[in-house]
Design a protein around this ligand. Structure first.
Ligand code: BGC
Length: 767
């Protein structure tokens, strides 16, 4: 009787317990930590590893199933497909709660549909939808497209980068997406690599500042809320200095370079609270990043106290087996990466079963799985997915490409376009002269201005360059000769025809560059997996510029490209050169406004432009001996230096003054300069501060950017800019790789580019 009573009481309690508990993870008023714990308690091992599994969107699969043979799909890197899994089977898996996340879901309808499948599962855990919203939610039709990150970095305007990221987060949530695979904070050191355009350039400090601003914009600090998204610092690490410039090729670099150059921007993102890291395709000094416990566990978790989750890149866990060959079987590849710190697998089947089996056979601890799953669930709770898994489809259109977002995209485009040359003040063109302007070139009238990570966008949401010119200066006459977008297929007869048509015109605008359109995968020349061994203009573009120049018409060359191009002849011969990068939805308007002087250019190069691919690597923060000797032929200097960019105003930057000639450890030194606009129009200048350690126990770069400030000045106006400097800015890794500042003499340089000629110097002593 006693036993019966006890049993009844326990049963009663646990029944009540279940009722109370049932409300815990579904109860939005409970703290996230408690909800995660409660849900984890209820999950089977299979349900847990399912959370660690990401798949490509079902519509993406259906498209591939319809359009491609199995053989074609097997060979395709870009199209998601799973040889032994049909899209209908993936739907069933989702209903059973066997999918934690999807990527590349590109319509709100699909996003809602996938959530409806997930909510049929036992525990009703919503799916996390990830997408490459790199500069706007570009894979979504109708989104606002901002300039690509290389252009964003050219603004030297972190607040603007944060704003554009915040707006992108709003557009993502409006369409049912919760996780952006950005920022790419790789330090770009090889222009041959096709992905330079999605980075913030070559300087660890600038890349870190821009990366952190991006994270803040997307996540709004703690990303709790139904209008925030989580960000992803990628690709960890050093894939931006690949052997021969090939995406995914080995990174074979010293520990010093790793820590001085490549790590700081990732650390900056971690400090800004980024919730996910994506590992890099490449190996780092012989160890593939996807199997590196040093990177995923020692650096991220232990050293940096990273508190989010790590995702793999597209098929890279599988590549441990079939490319890198560090895992004799796929099972070993899956286990190796998870045991060493990977939390989510992008993408496909095989992984979950294998990991569950590894836990059952004690090859991986359940603790490791719980660690991963709890972070993925934390994201879902904080993002409010349990409360609001669906989005209101009818409201999407009012929330994307809004007038406010367009304004930001335009503002950013205006501030991202770098004026590289303006001989004889050819620019700006005077609208009132009502000139006959010839416009041509393969990038003058198409969506190459949108850059990589964008699918085709509605024409009425894209202002091409010729459209921008017509819109901004309607009183002028434009003679336009189109080329089509395919650079590889330019015909000599087209070039001849263009030259004919240019006859009698007062000036020519020739728009050339690269093509990063990923929906024309075979045609593109730039962007992901479009690396080059030569940085000259593809096809007959060079010929086109030369032939038009030969007619005697003054030529303005506009470059639209996602990587630096070695246009030495153009830079030396053509009077006006504009680097527009890939300026986004309203890029054509911004280019036109700069050409006609409605906007005064203010952007600066975030990356050095080499004269030739043979000059790679070339960057401003080199070691002295890299330039010990000149090349026997040609000009050894880069074409354009980091930090360089012209304005229609002229700025005078005075000599830097220091608050003291000595800096005490723990103290601050103030450096100030006067900046005067000595030009005729208002404009903005980026004042840059560089440091050189004059003598040190290990070699140091000839200069390193430590601070910058943008200042807007009316003609004749002067402002004093102050920078605070502390011991922190003087630290580096000594021989034993301790991060230290050594007492001694330093040189401080301030100016408006990294070129020696543009810098004024003063020395001080660290005590
Ligand atoms: C790229 C990643 C991207 C992923 C998902 C990969 O090919 O390397 O940067 O986030 O695809 O689209």
């Amino acid at each position: 009787m006693k036993q019966f009573l006890i049993a009844t009481v326990i049963a009663g309690l646990s029944l009540t317990g279940i009722q109370i508990e049932a409300q815990v993870y579904l109860d939005a008023r409970q703290p996230v930590e408690k909800r995660v714990k409660d849900l984890m308690k209820r999950m089977t091992l299979e349900e847990k590893v399912a959370q660690m599994s990401q798949y490509v969107g079902i519509e993406h699969m259906k498209k591939a199933e319809k359009e491609m043979t199995v053989e074609e799909m097997r060979k395709s890197h870009a199209t998601g497909f799973y040889p032994n899994l049909h899209s209908s089977e993936l739907e069933e898996l989702t209903k059973k709660g066997m999918v934690g996340s999807f990527l590349h879901v590109v319509t709100w309808k699909e996003a809602n549909y996938l959530q409806s499948l997930a909510l049929q599962s036992r525990l009703k855990i919503p799916v996390l939808v990830g997408i490459d919203a790199i500069h706007g939610n570009g894979l979504y039709n109708g989104a606002t497209i901002y300039p690509t990150p290389i252009g964003q970095a050219s603004t030297f305007d972190e607040a603007l980068v944060e704003k554009a990221s915040r707006e992108t987060a709003l557009e993502m949530r409006a369409a049912g997406m919760h996780w952006t695979f950005t920022p790419n904070v790789e330090v770009a050191r090889d222009a041959r690599w096709g992905r330079v355009g999605e980075t913030f350039g070559e300087d660890p400090y600038l890349v870190g500042r821009m990366g952190a601003a991006t994270v803040r914009g997307f996540q709004s600090n703690d990303f709790t809320g139904s209008d925030k998204v989580i960000a992803c610092a990628k690709h960890f690490i050093a894939g931006s200095q690949p052997i021969n410039g090939i995406n995914g090729a080995p990174a074979d670099i010293s520990d010093r370079t790793l820590w001085e150059v490549f790590m700081p921007p990732f650390k900056a993102c971690n400090d800004a609270g980024v919730f996910t890291f994506m590992m890099a395709h490449n190996e780092l000094n012989g160890v593939p990043c996807h199997s590196s416990s040093y990177l995923m566990t020692d650096v991220l978790r232990k050293q940096w106290k990273f508190d989010g989750f790590v995702v793999s890149d597209w098929m890279d866990v599988e590549r441990l087996h079939d490319y890198h060959r560090v895992a004799p079987t796929l099972d070993q590849a899956y286990r190796m990466s998870v045991a060493n710190g990977l939390d989510m697998h992008m993408h496909g089947p095989g992984f979950a079963e294998s990991i569950a089996d590894a836990v059952r056979t004690r090859k991986i601890s359940i603790k490791r799985i719980d660690e991963a799953v709890s972070k993925i669930l934390e994201a879902k709770f904080k993002l409010g997915l349990f409360e609001n898994p669906f989005i209101e489809g009818e409201k999407v259109d009012q929330r994307i490409f809004t007038p406010e977002h367009q304004k930001t995209a335009l503002d950013m485009a205006r501030k991202s376009i770098v004026l590289l040359k303006n001989e004889g003040d050819l620019l700006p063109l005077d609208k009132s002269k009502k000139q006959r302007i010839f416009v041509t070139g393969p990038n003058a009238d198409n969506q190459t201005i949108l850059g990589d990570w964008v699918f085709v966008q509605p024409d009425d949401r894209t202002t091409t360059i010729i459209e921008g010119l017509r819109q901004v200066a309607p009183e002028n006459e434009f003679v336009f000769y189109p080329f089509g977008r395919n650079l590889r297929k330019m015909q000599p007869s087209q070039v001849q025809e263009a030259v004919q048509q240019s006859k009698g015109c007062d000036v020519a605008v020739v728009v050339v560059g690269e093509n990063s359109m990923r929906y024309h995968w075979a045609d593109k020349t730039c962007g992901e997996n479009s690396d080059r061994y030569d940085l000259s203009l593809v096809g007959l573009q060079q010929q086109l510029v030369e032939d038009i120049h030969a007619t005697g018409i003054p030529v303005i060359v506009v470059l639209v490209n996602g990587r630096p191009l070695s246009t030495e002849w153009i830079a030396e011969t053509i009077p006006a050169l504009i680097e527009a990068w890939e300026p986004g939805s309203l890029g054509g308007q911004a280019v036109a406004e700069i050409i006609f002087g409605d906007v005064n250019p203010e952007a600066k190069l975030p990356i050095t432009i080499p004269r030739h691919s043979g000059q790679i690597q070339t960057y401003y923060n080199y070691k002295f001996t890299s330039k010990w000797f000149k090349y026997a032929t040609g000009n050894s200097k880069p074409l354009f230096e980091f930090g360089y960019g012209l304005s229609y105003s002229r700025f005078k930057i005075g000599a830097p003054r220091l608050s003291s000639g000595e800096l005490n450890p723990g103290g601050t030194l103030q450096a100030s300069v006067e900046v005067t606009n000595v030009g005729q129009v208002a404009g903005s200048e980026v004042v840059q501060l560089y440091i050189r350690d004059l003598y040190s126990s290990v070699t140091r770069p000839v200069k390193e950017l430590k601070a910058y400030r943008k200042v807007h000045l009316q003609p004749g106006e002067t402002q004093t800019i102050r920078f605070d400097l502390s011991e922190k800015e003087l630290k580096f890794y000594d021989e034993a790789m301790n991060y230290v500042a050594e007492p001694g003499e330093f040189e401080l340089m301030i100016g408006n580019s990294s070129r020696d000629a543009d810098l004024k110097k003063v020395k001080f002593q660290l005590l």
